[in-house]
Design a binder for this molecule. Structure first.
Ligand SMILES: Nc1ncnc2c1ncn2[C@@H]1O[C@H](COP(=O)(O)OP(=O)(O)OP(=O)(O)O)[C@@H](O)[C@H]1O
Length: 312
């Protein structure tokens, strides 16, 4: 658990983070979202003490983060940034091995971990381990950056606009990879973005910041249904709200008894995708199938429209 208590950061007369308090539950994804200059990066960097707060306290599992030296703290907390920050003169494998080597892991354990992470991020260890960062595409470099941040099995991973430089298709893929990794390792992830779409997709909870203040801290569904003020409402993009709401639920949760004709959709697809497919193919209903291909029922335009309405 991460407890941020009345944390303020000032540079001279300027307050860039203003009395922020929030509790981050273990094994969850928290997304900090807000406009440029709202203090997101500063707040994130106070967790691993790349920035020291002017006042307030940050506790990690009950322990004040000032009770251990900063460099030690940063070995136990993963950190991934936009543009990946890889060391250009080290191979991919050496980059990923950086923190485990500092921690004195033996070679066998380091190599095992490097291979495990590369495979997990769908990069063949034999092909990619010996390469240098400039021999990789931007998307591949970004994955190596995430692998390096995860190398020493941190409980906490901080990510600052990790997908900002990626094209939309690679970005979606990288987001799916991240969610899979988070499930597998149970890592507590805190991710900064200015993209509300990304926040809704990835976050168990979203923290909305404006001018250094924490304006709202809630689940995506709560934020969509009840934005705390006009600023949050603008950030969500009101015209898109029903679709964002549908993107939170799976088809499996909207399945109705009965049959339908034509091509089906899988239960784990999003309700947004189901509605798009129904509208595009001009159908009122379509079959829903389980992973093994068995029929579960159907999903209907009528049912989905009800789910897209503002929650009461
Ligand atoms: N070392 C520093 N000295 C003085 N001012 C700083 C320093 N670091 C950040 N700031 C200021 O603090 C404010 C918040 O910066 P921060 O990087 O936290 O914002 P952000 O929300 O992450 O923005 P962006 O989305 O553009 O990255 C900005 O106005 C920035 O200019």
């Amino acid at each position: 658990m991460i407890e941020i208590e009345h944390v303020t950061k000032r540079y001279g007369e300027t307050t860039v983070v203003d009395d922020v308090s929030m509790v981050i539950e273990p094994r969850t994804v928290t997304v900090i979202v807000g406009t440029s200059g709202s203090g997101k990066t500063t707040l994130l960097r106070m967790i691993n003490r790349l920035v020291e707060p002017t006042s307030g306290t940050i506790k990690l599992d009950g322990t004040d983060n000032r009770s251990v030296p900063g460099h030690e703290l940063r070995r136990s907390i993963g950190y991934a940034i936009q543009g990946n920050g890889l060391f250009p003169h080290r191979t991919v494998a050496q980059n990923i091995a950086t923190v485990p080597a500092l921690l004195g892991w033996d070679t066998g354990r380091i190599n095992g971990r490097v291979d495990e992470l590369l495979s997990l991020l769908q990069l063949d260890p034999a092909a990619f381990g010996p390469r240098y960062p400039h021999e990789l595409s931007g998307g591949q470099q970004q994955r190596v950056g995430v692998a390096r941040a995860l190398a020493a099995e941190p409980n906490v991973l901080l990510m600052d606009e990790p997908f900002g430089a990626l094209d939309p298709i690679i970005r979606t893929k990288a987001q799916e990879d991240l969610l899979a990794i988070q499930k597998r390792f149970g890592t507590t992830i805190i991710l900064v973005t200015h993209d509300m779409e990304e926040a809704v997709h990835l976050g168990d909870r979203i923290a909305v910041m404006d001018a250094g203040r924490l304006i709202q801290y809630a689940t995506p569904a709560e934020i969509l249904a009840r934005p705390a003020n006009d600023f949050v409402e603008t950030l969500i993009g009101a015209s898109d709200r029903p679709f964002k709401l549908l993107s939170l639920g799976t088809v499996g949760a909207a399945v109705e008894p009965g049959q339908a004709l034509g091509e089906g959709i899988r239960a784990e697809a999003s309700q947004r995708d189901a509605l798009a497919e129904l509208l595009w193919s001009g159908r009122a209903a379509m079959p829903v199938t389980a992973k093994d291909g068995s029929a579960l029922g159907r999903v209907t335009v009528e049912g989905l429209l009800k789910r897209a309405a503002r929650p009461q």
